[in-house]
Design a protein. Structure first.
Lengths: 298, 298, 298, 298
């Protein structure tokens, strides 16, 4: 079992790049010029470009839905914020195509390259000099009476929260069959290391470097003062059973979800399909953390 | 590189057990009866018993210093609290002898067996049915001007704190050569997963299961509100440089230490010599957490 | 302006007690015997008893809705938990009738007397020897386009939370006309000192003794790591304006509420009508805290 | 008893200003020009200027120790950081002379005026248009065997910490004679609202507006996870008894202190002598908080 998220070697990270997918955050007409410039730059290098529907709409370039696009390209470029990248990562699903996240605004945790740096970064990617990280994902299944209500891939987190606003919920949590604890809380976040700088951080969780593979269990407003965030090994089989009559909402990466009721179980394990994320050639992990959190340096 | 702290198989965990070391918390005359009973029980089974100086003192049994004892036995039994076990683990140093921690008072995180359970646990240990965990340790070196001031093995943590009571200190922290951040704080805890339920927890750190191998960086009273506990992969080479004129104290496992000054560096990496700890046959990791933290269950 | 929540003197705390209201937590048929015993005990002392509808249902005693009952009695006894007391306090509204909270289960923060202690406590109350505390309440108004959507009295808290589960909300917060900050968070709790041991505590707030009059602003899962709970003087005029397109829910004392939208304002000030709560004659404030939080003592 | 820290009316805040004290942070030769300019500006307006020893040293102006100076002037101007102001406030002791804090570097919490704003602020002060706040202080007494070891005035905080680096301490804490709890911790901070943005904040305390008068008890690295910061009314008589054999250090405003041992008591009550601090005419309390904590605004 691999111990840590690996940096892939260039030859295992990339197929020869012949076709490139370009994905755009929805409703960004002002990005049309940037997308057109990117398409032109890629085509000048003899690469075939497939736009997603959002990029196609602002540029007129032939487009395909993201889920189809992912199967036909050797590289995906995402223009948008972290939310857009989460959405593309879900569409890419289990295909091992590397993703380059380009932030249209300020720097993100997943979109580590700025628009200014785009072409310099792409030169390195095409030259096989970029670092590609295999980021652990969660395989999340919602179960009822032995049947499967839904199954999701999460790059950041799976979150169970009360749907009824006034009352807390009870979430019996097991790991590898043994009871961990029953959380009495507003909710519970199961996060990857990648997700540790997202919602889990707001709920008081630690920062876990994505080089590590692990699960982070962070309760939201726990009723019991002795509850603390828990970091579990990546081999854990986690099961969370809804133990209160109040309706519970499961939300995956803040974007899709399902309603749960008493007795339903959310089973989480490490997915066999990590996301292949191209790291910024221009700043280290810690530089990004320092920039995002205004940490001082010496 | 091993991904997670392993549960050792019986044949790799134990040599055939012929000699047993018995270590006792200092100044426990009331434990004399228990120690004598233990020695008798072991000798009746044909085992040779070596006492440490504390156990020798209350029983009159022939004794040796812990550091010598560790090289001559196939099993060490510690009677005391977590502090006693930390101290014995240090004396055992790099010898792969398994340790059974028996708590003389309430349950500990490291001394998971109670006095009542001692003989039942020992039967399982001698029958080769006990689970032995390889617990990651820190290899901690204090460096000045390229020279080594001291070198320590830590099972729980290495802690840098201000020695001058009034002022905070600056600790420039690097991982694998790159700057993480400079902590302006009362101090900084570098903890193992085992140490995550000790001092790091008081300083606001998460609980990291010891099945995971990782470093936990938990600042003590950080001046910057955006500092959060950090979990780093076990392959990290951590260096902490004292950047303030105030004197700094390095303390290892709360028991030994050294004074540092501006420019000194504490280098921490994963030790090649984990501690072999015999897990309680009677309660799971989570049962211990629930009992210690009064977590409710369903 | 009074500096602190006062303990009222007996002559200002009580009218001569001639009529007593008895309120019961809904759906507690097993409490019928206790309620009947209480009614009998009161009537034997020449007091007129009026039951609320819940108490009337299990005992057959003549009953009235709580809001009517409150105007006709000189003392209200609540049998239930903290939730029941919050609900009765709302029904009592601006009438200065003292309330004795009796917890049917474990001790509460508001229901400080156990069923076992009920008659001993009542003897002291009737003898004018009980301590009555004036507990600050919030006057909460929800405003839209200069009109008032609703107005509420809160003993614990007024809470604004996202109604849409996936997204955080923006809450521009002003005190006495000046901007405090704009919270980007799951929500914001405005609590009284009485409410500091309720939801605010789960969200990371401090414990504020109810002897103090103040507002506590505790953000729920704030996006910005530098946000901390804020304690404001009781003279503050607080205004919270919804600044995000997502729907926001206002919930008062966890029991009633209203849906808000962008531009709506929640205005909070100290109510002129504190709740008169009879303190336990048998345990101090700190004894209750120690018992509820399992704080050790010497 | 006054309910809240008051903003004083001009006629009660100031004597007619005839003499002004000028105090300087030690070892600031580069500030000589600024101090000379200030002295000249004041003398041109017919005011008598007395320098403290630090200001005298860099300017050659006649000087006096701060404690003598305070009795001879109608206004004190402090050039330095928050630490300098704390030190001057202590020297001013119980004299009701208003203090204007001018920060030589970035903005402080106590030194709210920048060097650029100095003369504009002084114009307003001399015209009687400045706002003067009476900031609550702590009267701190260290007691041994009924005798007094020392007595201190604190504007920020009184802090008890372990002097022995390895071990936590036990601090039995009482309010108005009743036991609050016994803290098992690295230490305990008793802070004023003014001090809530200083050390207490690093230890996890809330922000308490200085308009409020209250005590803040914030434990440092408490061993018990259920300990939370406590806010007590300003009328409280707080007593903290050292209950461990380890040596304990009492530190006041981070600047002076005394060593304590088992059985010693620190008694804290509200001082009758608040500090009169001139508020910045140019920014509100919340603007300062937003600037210091990088809180976003709308």
């Amino acid at each position: 079992m691999p111990s840590e998220n690996r940096t892939l070697k260039p030859d295992e990270a990339f197929h020869p790049i012949r076709a490139v997918g370009v994905c755009l955050k929805p409703a960004q007409p002002q990005a049309a010029g940037a997308v057109r410039g990117l398409v032109k730059w890629l085509e000048q290098r003899g690469l075939r470009v497939i736009a997603d529907e959002e990029a196609g709409e602002v540029t007129g370039h032939p487009s395909q839905p993201r889920s189809l696009l992912a199967g036909q390209v050797d590289l995906v470029i995402v223009l948008g914020g972290d939310g857009t990248l989460l959405s593309v990562a879900r569409a890419v699903s289990d295909r091992p195509v590397p993703i380059l996240g380009v932030n249209l605004g300020t720097l993100g945790f997943l979109t580590e390259v700025t628009l200014d740096e785009l072409f310099a970064a792409l030169e390195l990617v095409l030259a096989g000099k970029a670092r590609v990280e295999a980021r652990m994902r969660l395989d999340v299944r919602a179960l009822r009476d032995q049947g499967e209500l839904g199954r999701f891939l999460a790059l950041n987190d799976a979150v169970l929260t009360k749907a009824d606003l006034a009352r807390m919920i009870d979430l019996e949590t097991r790991a590898d069959g043994g009871e961990v604890t029953t959380y009495h809380a507003d909710g519970l976040i199961v996060a990857t290391p990648t997700g540790s700088t997202a919602y889990s951080l707001s709920a008081g969780g630690p920062i876990v470097l994505p080089e590590l593979e692990a699960f982070l269990l962070t309760p939201i407003c726990p009723h019991t003062l002795t509850q603390r965030p828990l970091v579990l090994p990546h081999s854990s089989q986690i099961e969370i059973c809804v133990r209160s009559r109040n309706e519970v909402q499961l939300t995956v990466d803040g974007q899709e979800g399902i309603a749960l009721r008493e007795g339903d179980v959310v089973a989480v394990r490490r997915s066999d399909h990590p996301v292949r994320l191209i790291a910024s050639p221009f700043r280290s992990r810690f530089e990004i953390l320092r920039e995002k959190f205004h940490w001082g340096t010496r």
